[in-house]
Design a protein around this ligand. Structure first.
Ligand SMILES: NC(=O)C1=CN([C@@H]2O[C@H](COP(=O)(O)OP(=O)(O)OC[C@H]3O[C@@H](n4cnc5c(N)ncnc54)[C@H](O)[C@@H]3O)[C@@H](O)[C@H]2O)C=CC1
Ligand SMILES: O=C(O)CCC(=O)C(=O)O
Length: 431
């Protein structure tokens, strides 16, 4: 595990790309162009703390590729954020936008900070100052941030306000994931989880059609790691819209197990109680739930596992003990390449992260369209459009997978690389 952690996340991501590039016979000159990030910005910026002292924080914004349209991707606040991590996440954003066929490139940002150590007003000062610092490379048609780990609608509101103050007018298109009251889109908060559930349901349909899963929905068990924006909204859509049994959930504080499955009402209540980053286990102590650790959750005897927390949750060490037959990756990069290989060799069907979690950026795109036109959609229309985009991307990738007889991650790369490579060639590699 130590060995794996020292490996660069960006290098690991490039290994995935290279596998697809070699299968599709990508021109090596194009490979050079498509792998390297276009811009990498590092900012060290001061924040006044409540006790009157000043702390200097480090933040990043990486724009990986902008061929198909403006760069797009979230900003995370976490103590482990590094340039290498942000580069990998920006890289995946390029292929995410391309695979779901929206006119965006890829970017990502982050600040190295443990946000639970900040007061509300320190968080606001940090957010405003960071956004102001990276504004030099942002713009409504250049690079549009969004929420990621430990950032939310409130942080997006401060970003939008900071940018708008410097422009002298309200700029709705500069950031997505805003609250609906200030130009956000209905359906954005739930979008990533809802999109993962669409992929999960389609993967089950596909495996049933192929005779690889012979269970009714009622007999299918699911475990979800992570109960933040992504994991909790997946839990909610799954329990509301299918008969599958969600038997385990978890967050950083640990997990909860319920043999007969959580109901949608229970998930709603847990979401309400864990609002504002309160921890699942510290908030819940009723009977009926059994406490389990995150490691135990991953190894449960379930049909479907969805890691929706952080990267590298499943490694060379624990992958051998995973019993799920279907993994739908909600987080970005939850499997190390070694774990991926081990699970594929055990015939586990893996729906890759940048396809499965592309519902968030898809509804961000809808939000951006609405904001740029000052014209807003109904929830039903957002959900319908999301469903159409996700199912069409899912089956595009399935067709590619069957054509080359490869795994779904490599197929998703081939589909996405092909789109960006075609656009790059049409525009000209050496403008
Ligand atoms: N928010 C979004 O729209 C999107 C997020 N993602 C990815 O999904 C993942 C989760 O993001 P969000 O839900 O937005 O973040 P969040 O900050 O809302 O929630 C993160 C969750 O993971 C849990 N967690 C953190 N460290 C953990 C650990 N070591 N073990 C178990 N649980 C742990 C937290 O307690 C929390 O429940 C990240 O990989 C993110 O990049 C991907 C696509 C879009
Ligand atoms: O909504 C967006 O623009 C991007 C969300 C994100 O950061 C991701 O999909 O990883």
């Amino acid at each position: 595990m130590q060995e794996e952690k020292r490996v660069s996340m960006f290098d690991n991501a490039v290994k995935q790309f290279d596998r697809a590039a070699s299968i599709m016979g990508l021109d090596p000159n194009l490979r050079e162009v498509l792998v390297k990030p276009k811009r990498e910005l590092i900012v060290n910026f001061p924040v006044r703390m409540d006790d009157g002292t000043t702390k200097v924080f480090t933040g990043y914004r990486v724009q990986h590729n902008m061929t198909l349209g403006p760069a797009k991707g979230g900003i995370r606040y976490h103590q482990n954020v590094t340039l290498d991590e942000v580069k990998a996440l920006a890289f995946w954003m390029t292929w995410k936008s391309a695979v779901v066929n929206i006119p965006y490139g890829g970017a990502k940002g982050g600040v190295t900070v443990e946000p639970s150590q900040l007061s509300f007003s320190e968080l606001e000062r940090l957010s405003r100052r960071f956004f102001y610092e990276i504004q030099v490379i942002l713009g409504e048609e250049i690079d549009i941030p969004a929420p990621d780990v430990n950032t939310d609608g409130q942080v997006m509101s401060w970003y939008m306000d900071t940018y708008s103050m410097s422009k002298g007018h309200t700029s709705l298109g500069i950031v997505t994931g805003k609250p609906v009251e200030i130009g956000g889109s209905v359906g954005r908060t739930e979008a990533t989880g809802r999109g993962i559930n669409i992929c999960l349901q389609e993967a089950v349909n596909y495996l049933r059609d192929k005779g690889k899963l012979n269970k009714k929905d009622e007999e299918i068990t699911v475990a979800i790691q992570g109960f933040g924006n992504v994991g909790s909204n997946l839990a909610l859509t799954l329990t509301e819209e299918s008969k599958m049994r969600l038997i385990a959930i978890s967050d950083v504080s640990g997990g909860l197990y319920k043999e007969h499955g959580f109901t949608a009402a229970e998930i709603r209540a847990l979401m309400e109680r864990t609002k504002n980053r309160k921890k699942l286990l510290l908030e819940v102590n009723e009977e009926g739930y059994k406490e389990i650790s995150n490691e135990e959750l991953l190894m449960l005897n379930v049909d479907i596992l969805s890691p929706c927390a952080m990267e590298n949750a499943i490694t060379i060490d624990n992958s051998k003990d995973i019993q799920a037959k279907l993994i739908v990756e909600g987080a970005n990069g939850p499997l190390t390449p070694e774990a991926d290989e081990i699970l594929l060799s055990k015939n586990v069907f893996i729906v890759p992260d940048f396809l499965a979690n592309s519902g968030g950026v898809t509804v961000s795109y809808f939000e951006w369209l609405q904001g740029m036109q000052w014209d807003f959609w109904e929830l039903e229309d957002v959900r319908k459009a999301l469903h159409k985009k996700m199912t069409s991307a899912f089956y595009d990738v399935i067709k590619t997978m069957e054509k080359y007889e490869i795994d779904m991650r490599t197929a998703a790369y081939i589909k996405a690389i092909d789109r960006v490579a075609t656009a790059t060639k049409l525009r000209g590699i050496y403008p």
